[in-house]
Design a protein. Structure first.
Length: 402
């Protein structure tokens, strides 16, 4: 099997956040990459996923079997790195331990494949209560362990409405190598660290996965833990991060951007971004903007999904785990009031009543950051428009492919 080392270190990249908000469904070529080792090129025709542990029938599932022997489902779900927005925590609070992610370590895609609940039912689960399902990729060593592993509760896996899936497709096409081909686990509402790629083993068991990335990473440590050395005796006391908080991000204008008034339509500044619900509490139902440090808030328009659309899909809210793309057109008077020290904030509210807050505690790994979306350092200037310049129309067309 070929192991692809695309760079000296594992491939980690994110797109410009302005690129992300151009489309409700993120193209595979745009979606971010997060890896802890090389990319394994797997032959789908000979690959099997073993399902074992506390089951009546150990299964060896080929990709053809997963595609042909089980009912196929689709789910729209955001995939978000636990460290999304880590750069903001690092720069606005204090230094953290982790690679630097800005606001683009997230994508919103349509995933397709059989439900894990159906596969587990075929295997015959033999335990109940407080149990777990562990997911492994044994294809290659990782930076901190000999394989990559994760786990979530058995109860969630057995609930068909949770849409936990053995994904074979991304946006209607087979998974590509970067995103886990030929099969990965998809867990709507759960951080991307648990969505094990290049899946080759599923185990029903009493305990959580003992993999490094489950037990010694991707946890929100208390703020008094300030070093890796201190964390060694504390990891086992903190539960793994299994849900991402409500969030919103301002995609544009960009920090420190120069805004030329004569380039704006009617002198109005367009502010746009994305918003994500808390875990299973979606979709986001409101996004608001403030330019006065939160003294007042004005409602933005959610461009997609359309709140009026019938969103039931086989008894599940179609947009429950997806993001929302929003836009706010700031009136000319407010635009002119923007100074270098003005902060434009965004906050989101989801269907479950979770409201994004501005005060967020620091944690060593910089995970789960969800302070207000923010842009600052803008400079608004008068500018005589030339014949060759066009008024800015950054969101004239929103590409929707849901």
């Amino acid at each position: 099997m070929l192991l692809e080392y695309s760079v000296e270190k594992p491939l980690n990249r994110e797109p410009p956040v302005e690129e992300l908000v151009k489309s409700f469904i993120t193209k595979a070529s745009t979606a971010y990459d997060r890896n802890h080792g090389p990319l394994p090129h797997i032959n789908a025709d000979s690959h099997y996923v073993r399902l074992d542990g506390a089951v009546s029938n150990v299964l060896e599932l080929s990709i053809a079997s997963l595609r042909n022997d089980f009912k196929q489902y689709e789910v729209i779900s955001a995939l978000q790195c636990a460290g999304n927005r880590r750069h903001t925590m690092r720069t606005e609070l204090k230094e953290v331990d982790g690679i630097d992610w800005n606001d683009g370590a997230v994508c919103n895609c349509t995933w397709g494949g059989p439900l894990l609940a159906d596969v587990l039912t075929k295997a015959g689960v033999t335990i109940e209560g407080d149990a777990h399902v562990a997911f492994s990729c044994m294809q290659t060593d990782c930076q901190e362990d000999r394989y990559y592993g994760s786990s979530i509760s058995l109860a969630r896996c057995m609930d068909p409405k949770s849409r936990v899936m053995l994904a074979l497709d991304m946006n209607g096409s087979p998974l590509n190598i970067n995103h886990g081909a030929p099969v990965r686990i998809v867990m709507p509402g759960i951080p991307g660290a648990r969505w094990t790629k290049w899946l080759d083993r599923i185990t029903v068991q009493r305990q959580e996965s003992n993999n490094f990335y489950m037990q010694h990473d991707y946890k929100i440590l208390p703020p008094f833990i300030e070093t890796r050395a201190q964390a060694k005796s504390y990891w086992h006391l903190v539960p793994p991060l299994q849900s991402m908080p409500i969030n919103s991000v301002i995609a544009y204008p960009a920090r420190n951007e120069v805004i030329k008034l004569d380039n704006l339509i009617n002198g109005e500044l367009e502010v746009a971004g994305y918003a994500l619900p808390d875990g299973d509490s979606g979709p986001v139902v409101k996004v608001e903007i403030s330019i006065d440090q939160g003294k007042s808030w004005k409602e933005a328009k959610i461009m997609y999904p359309d709140a009026a659309e019938v969103a039931e899909d086989d008894g599940v809210d179609k947009y429950k785990w997806g993001w929302s793309i929003w836009k706010y057109r700031m009136n000319a008077d407010d635009t002119r009031r923007i100074k270098k020290d003005t902060k434009i904030w965004s906050r989101a509210l989801d269907r479950g009543g979770n409201l994004q807050k501005g005060d967020i505690e620091w944690n060593l790994r910089g995970v789960g950051y969800n302070g207000y979306g923010e842009v600052k350092g803008l400079e608004v200037i008068d500018h005589a428009i030339s014949e060759c310049e066009e008024p800015t129309r950054r969101m004239a067309e929103l590409s929707v492919s849901a």
